[in-house]
Design a protein around this ligand. Structure first.
Ligand SMILES: [Zn+2]
Length: 381
């Protein structure tokens, strides 16, 4: 599809306008002329929508925003939902169904808005327990039953608690942990590129440094792409799921129109209505602490997002935006291989801390890569 922006017009714009109006983000168009115009008011509405959805707030209608708009128009009960293996159904109605099942104690997987095999299994269990037809289809009868039932327990999100329990049970050792390192962009997609310094090259190099250290501590490190490839985000997530990863780390740099914007930020899965990866948040927080302390990069904090890599991965996933290539200081630091070694060490130590879960806690920044190796060796004896 063509990206729509302010100044554009036509039937595609009219369709998006009417969706934004239906979502209450824009007053209904006054006449045919306005209905087909992408004006400032529409751009503001698009930005508001993007912000609500954890998308990049650029005011443009690209594929991700278009898909999110389409998803947002679906409400539970508006259409039957079922597991379509070749083209899974997505939408807000699926999120509502998943959250409702989770509240009732059925493991529908992460509430990601994609009706997959796990959602179907949870729905079938629900249908069985409540004496409904066990067809795995969320039709009128099932919707009615879901509406009538009050949740057994609020606040406990079984799937996210289970994620935490799995890590706790897997123990503090790094040996045998499978980590997918996901260097952003690649191939023709350079990512942010400033004065010959490319995000894709830097993150590929950082990924290799990280991989080396992880393998040295006994972890299994897999890269989500080759040096000259740029898989889609959904394919990278699928790669991690099929590999049975314990953890996914996506590596990116940031850019900003302002040359003063600088620093490191981390992102974990989380939605505005309370679905949250506690472990993702913990991992993002640990990475922030270690990197801010070791590198001198400004600490821009850890934040919840619903980006595809965070949403579609089944394990704990964190995306790190390491420095702004549009900032002279950050770009100079990142261009130095020794600096990238420090970043790689900080990340390995943060991963080790996640699996220690507070045990053997040493002050941030003081735990070295050598300590991590020594700890692993001690555990192996
Ligand atoms: Zn990037």
């Amino acid at each position: 599809m063509r990206v729509l922006r302010r100044g554009d017009g036509g039937p595609a714009v009219a369709e998006v306008r009417s969706t934004l109006a239906a979502l209450g983000l824009l007053p209904p168009a006054q006449g045919v002329l306005e209905s087909g115009q992408f004006d400032q008011g529409m751009e503001n509405a698009v930005r508001t929508f993007q912000q609500q959805r954890g998308l990049i707030t650029d005011g443009l209608i690209g594929p991700a925003t278009y898909r999110a708009l389409r998803d947002a128009t679906h409400q539970l009960g508006g259409r039957p939902l079922a597991y379509m293996v070749s083209a899974p159904i997505t939408g807000d109605d699926v999120v509502t169904l998943q959250e409702r099942l989770l509240e009732l104690g059925y493991d529908a997987g992460r509430p990601n808005g994609v009706f997959g095999a796990q959602t179907e299994a949870a729905l079938r269990n629900f249908q069985r327990d409540y004496g409904l037809t066990i067809d795995g289809i969320c039709g009128p009868e099932t919707v009615r039953a879901l509406r009538q039932l009050s949740p057994r327990a609020r606040g406990g999100r079984p799937v996210l608690l289970r994620e935490q329990e799995r890590v706790r049970r897997s123990g503090p050792r790094l040996r045998g942990k499978r980590i997918v390192i996901d260097p952003g962009h690649g191939g023709a997609d350079l990512g942010v590129s400033v004065r010959g310094v490319n995000e894709s090259d830097l993150m590929w190099d950082l990924a290799r440094r990280l991989e080396g250290r992880m393998v040295a501590t006994g972890m299994e490190a897999l890269l989500s792409r080759g040096p000259d490839q740029c898989p889609e985000e959904a394919d990278r997530a699928q790669f991690a799921n099929e590999a049975g990863a314990d953890l996914v780390l996506s590596l990116h740099c940031d850019a900003n129109r302002s040359p003063y914007a600088q620093g490191v930020a981390s992102f974990h899965f989380g939605t505005g209505n309370g679905a949250w990866s506690t472990l993702g948040e913990a991992m993002a927080g640990l990475i922030q602490r270690e990197l801010a302390m070791r590198t001198g990069l400004r600490d821009c904090g850890a934040h919840p997002k619903t980006w595809e890599m965070l949403r579609l991965t089944r394990c704990t996933a964190v995306r790190i935006e390491i420095g702004y290539l549009t900032n002279d200081d950050d770009r100079r630091r990142l261009s130095d291989p020794a600096f990238r070694d420090i970043v790689a060490e900080g990340i390995v130590v943060a991963v080790k801390r996640l699996y220690l879960l507070g045990e053997n806690d040493q002050p941030t920044g003081s735990f070295t890569f050598a300590d991590v190796l020594a700890h692993e060796l001690a555990k192996a004896e």
